[in-house]
Design a protein around this ligand. Structure first.
Ligand code: FAD
Length: 587
């Protein structure tokens, strides 16, 4: 049975690396400790392994159907939804006032990894609902909260995020969906949205779209975008009535096939009612709350999708016999399991380094999120927020981009069988591709990292990261590990950032941002070097297999990945012009 995610690794992260006990000493998390977190993790593992994973293949093979204007999900999704609702995963991280248990995000991040690894589409309905409800909780009026919050957090209804339009994908400044005020307090919404995940289904009686739109007369660009809650069925004198939201098409996707992504038309008949969430023209600011959470969740999804495939590849490599060890030519000797071939072990170790490195990075990022909100002193909150903001684009992008590579390696370990749909790695590879596209493409994350997170604020976030890296490097050095490659890579990152920042300050934006993709690659490589050093320092004194595995992955990252840093820095620094000068006529 595929474990989906390693229990031993998650337990180790929570207790030995992320100091969850320390987190639970904070007043906000005082209801938690081993006695609540253990059962919570056990419940997530059970639902993931016994309910969600067994329905994954069927949901991939038979995507939701769109007939007569409505979407019908796979029958197995109904049972999965019931279990997810009973588990309480939609509201787990929210405070008791709204029915939650205020679970630290650090714990929620690692526990949802099991659910996502098991069946990412099934979990998708819940994740979107949490995000939508949290927006209403944070910015909605008392009336809106009274009307919808409980319905969403209890899983009676679901939620969506409806940002993208056919002409406005990465560039949300170009959103044109319109909102006309009325005297009755609601707005009349009209416009088209595309790719809206879980935008319709027959799982619950109703759903609420969190829609970006422009109030008539609003300024152009991002400064004129507002946020609205638009239900599929709206409150009426008696119960609910249709709210003029039509499904106009379903996207035929290569992955995430259990979750419908839809084209929606709002107000085709002139009577789609939406309720303002937050203040006018502040919609994107509000939406960023959901998007930042969603970015971390996309990272978790990517790590989880790579994890389930890694465990599948590992089991296959231990079982499948093929060929003989290097140097053995006698054909009468028995063939050996794939895992005995060094190059297969290379592929497995690389997957382990990406999967476990990503999970640890996400745990560390989530911990900064917890501290940024709930630490008792102002300085820890401020510093944690700086680090959270800096790491969010990396925690989204590294697992997505390198996770895709890990998923490809899992398929490769299966040889020709991996290339067939009888085996699951091809499905996970298809699923994984989305993670570098939604919630801000890799390009957009690279621009955000370099332009906003690193250079803006005078580099304060990077200096905070430097201190974290140096503290873990010192622990590792004291434990006898060679941290010179990490120290050199960090120095290169700091020097490069100063150079690029000076270019930006001088008005040379192309010189600063032209290689933002390489800068993201470089920063991610250094950050993962730090994360692996943190893990290695924690187990350096141990001799057991678990510890040896982590030390092997740390060594692997130090000797194969960190040496790439100077080459990437040279590209960024020289503002190498191969594609900057390229004309589209030459392609
Ligand atoms: C399966 C799926 C589910 C989705 N679910 C949702 C959902 O629930 N809600 C929702 O609102 N949206 C959803 N989306 C939409 C998703 O967020 C967008 O697809 C994404 O933002 C990219 O927009 P786009 O597809 O228009 O691509 P484009 O913005 O056209 O980008 C195309 C390419 O150009 C690059 N590019 C774009 N602008 C720039 C620039 N300024 N500089 C450099 N490069 C640039 C991009 O990086 C990308 O590689 C979903 C998409 C998919 C595929």
């Amino acid at each position: 049975m595929n474990p989906l995610v390693s229990d031993a690794f998650v337990d180790f992260l929570l207790s030995d690396v992320l100091d969850v006990e320390g987190l639970c000493a904070l007043p906000a998390f005082s209801a938690h400790g081993k006695e609540t977190i253990g059962p919570w993790l056990a419940a997530c593992r059970r639902v993931a392994r016994e309910v969600l994973f067994p329905s994954y293949r069927a949901m991939d093979e038979q995507p939701p159907r769109f007939e007569h204007g409505r979407v019908t999900v796979h029958p197995k999704m109904h049972a999965a939804w019931k279990e997810l609702v009973e588990l309480g995963v939609i509201v787990a991280g929210r405070p008791p006032e709204v029915g939650g248990q205020q679970l630290p995000l650090t714990v929620a991040t690692l526990s949802t990894a099991y659910l996502m690894a098991a069946n990412l589409s099934a979990y998708g309905y819940a994740g979107l609902t949490t995000g939508a409800a949290h927006l209403i909780e944070a910015f909605g009026s008392a009336d809106l909260k009274a009307m919808w919050l409980e319905k969403l957090y209890s899983g009676q209804w679901t939620g969506t995020m409806a940002l993208t339009e056919p002409q406005a994908g990465s560039s949300l400044a170009d959103v044109t969906t319109r909102a006309r005020p009325t005297d009755a307090g609601h707005f009349l919404i009209s416009g088209a949205k595309i790719f809206i995940s879980a935008g319709d289904h027959d799982l619950t009686e109703n759903l609420v779209h969190l829609v970006l739109a422009r109030i008539d007369g609003a300024p152009p660009g991002t400064k004129g975008i507002s946020l609205f809650a638009v239900p599929r069925l709206r409150p009426a004198a008696k119960g609910l009535q249709a709210n003029d939201v039509q499904v106009t098409g379903v996207i035929h996707k290569i992955g995430w096939r259990g979750l419908p992504s839809l084209a929606l038309a709002f107000g085709e008949e002139g009577d789609c009612r939406g309720w303002l969430v937050g203040t006018p023209n502040q919609g994107l600011r509000c939406m960023f709350q959901m998007m930042n959470e969603a970015r971390i969740m996309v990272g978790v999804n990517a790590a989880a999708t790579a994890s389930v495939a890694y465990h599948e590849a590992l089991a296959y490599a231990r079982e499948r016999k093929q060929g003989r060890p290097l140097g053995v030519t006698d054909p009468t000797t028995p063939p050996v399991p794939l895992v005995q071939h060094p190059d297969v072990r290379r592929m497995l170790l690389r997957q382990k380094a990406i999967v476990e490195g990503s999970l640890a990075l996400l745990g560390v990022t989530a911990r900064y999120s917890d501290l940024s909100e709930h630490a008792t002193d102002e300085e820890t909150r401020r510093r944690s927020k700086l680090l959270l903001d800096l790491l969010t684009p990396v925690a989204k992008t590294f697992p997505a981009e390198r996770g895709f590579e890990a998923n490809a390696l899992a398929l490769q370990v299966h040889g020709g069988y991996g290339y067939s749909s009888e085996y699951l790695p091809e499905a996970w590879l298809r699923d994984q591709k989305l993670n570098s596209i939604h919630e801000g493409t890799t390009t957009i994350q690279g621009l955000d990292l370099l332009g906003r997170k690193v250079v803006a604020g005078g580099g304060a976030a990077l200096l905070a990261l430097q201190a974290e890296v140096q503290a873990d490097a010192a622990r590792a050095r004291a434990a006898g590990l060679d941290v010179a490659p990490l120290a050199r890579a960090l120095e290169t990152l700091l020097t490069l950032t100063a150079t690029l920042g000076a270019r930006g300050a001088g008005g040379d934006l192309e010189g600063m941002l032209g290689h933002s993709a390489d800068f993201m690659d470089l920063t991610s490589t250094v950050v993962l070097g730090w994360i692996w050093t943190k893990l290695a320092a924690t187990v350096a004194h141990r001799r057991d297999d678990f510890a040896q595995g982590l030390l092997a992955a740390w060594r692997y990252w130090s000797v194969t990945e960190l040496p790439r840093v100077p080459a990437l820095a040279a590209l960024c620094e020289s503002a190498e012009r191969s594609y900057l000068d390229l004309r589209d006529e030459w392609l």
